[in-house]
Design a protein around this ligand. Structure first.
Ligand code: HH2
Length: 267
């Protein structure tokens, strides 16, 4: 699978790196169009922050944030993803034009979501998270983070397939920053090829995350673009194929160069 860019559209007041920036409907749609122009293949529309210690959002509020934006973007020429763990939100977003469900709980919060994804023939991303956003960064522990995450993802793929999701619709994601220390994140990136051996396209989401701030000393997430690009190239080399990022233009350039370099004929 060729590398694809999933541009992040957070329609939230409180996301860790861009909370409030794209919260108003007009701003969100305008930003989405910029991401498409910059080269996004997928737009991931989310109405609930999953940053550490985030409070859950009520379903009505999540619907109000997400659905009008998805509707406005149908026909924008890219695939629309809805970043939600709620069946009700996924149903409304798919009715409005989304064809991809990105569930950071991998169908654990609302298992019925799997059957819905199957029935509607959506693509989906199954992500690893240890615990839940409110508490996930409180002393996370693993036997071997890569083996544990890999086993979890395999189990969630089996669940999704049992619920009727076709294999070619499934992608997996190690969930960088979701119940992981700095060392866990680096280990997952370093050995991402092990996650790729599950045999499903790997989505990777490092964009502007706090471990990059810790490594570079950059406190403002907007200043972590170069750090994000470094992880993108490393992840590509280790088999990732979908890159979930805030900064689409630099990611596209980096992927163009890295892909050409890695390709056998260099073409
Ligand atoms: N990370 C975030 C949200 N959704 N989905 C997948 N598949 N993979 C990720 O790594 C991932 C994700 C968190 O980042 P962001 O959306 O920028 O922040 P917030 O959750 O605060 O809105």
């Amino acid at each position: 699978m060729d590398a694809r860019i999933m541009g992040i559209l957070n329609v939230t007041p409180d996301s860790f790196s861009d909370g409030g920036e794209w919260f108003a409907f007009d701003r969100a749609v305008e930003h989405a169009r910029t991401l498409v122009q910059e080269g996004a293949d997928i737009l991931d529309v989310g109405g609930e922050s999953t940053r550490p210690r985030a409070e859950p959002v009520a379903v009505d509020e999540e619907l109000r944030r997400v659905v009008p934006v998805v509707h406005a973007l149908r026909g924008a020429g890219v695939q629309i993803s809805v970043d939600t763990a709620k069946l009700t939100v996924a149903e409304a977003a798919v009715d409005a034009g989304a064809t991809y469900v990105n569930d950071v709980t991998a169908f654990r919060q609302e298992p019925e979501l799997a059957g819905f994804v199957a029935d509607r023939g959506c693509d989906c991303c199954l992500m690893h998270m240890l615990g839940e956003p409110r508490t996930m960064q409180d002393d996370p522990r693993y036997d071997d983070v890569v083996d544990d995450v890999r086993a979890f993802l395999e189990e969630r793929v089996e669940f999704a397939v049992r619920e009727g999701v076709r294999e070619e619709r499934i992608m997996v994601d190690p969930g960088i920053g979701f119940g992981k220390t700095l060392e866990h994140n680096l280990e997952l990136l370093r050995r991402l090829d092990r996650i790729a051996t599950i045999g499903f396209p790997v989505v990777i989401g490092t964009s502007r995350k706090s471990f990059l701030g810790r490594l570079t000393g950059r406190e403002d997430p907007h200043d972590r673009v170069a750090a994000t690009v470094a992880t993108t190239v490393l992840a590509l080399e280790r088999g990732a194929s979908v890159f979930r990022v805030h900064d689409v233009a630099p990611t596209r350039d980096a992927l163009a160069v890295a892909t050409a370099t890695l390709r056998a004929d260099g073409a």
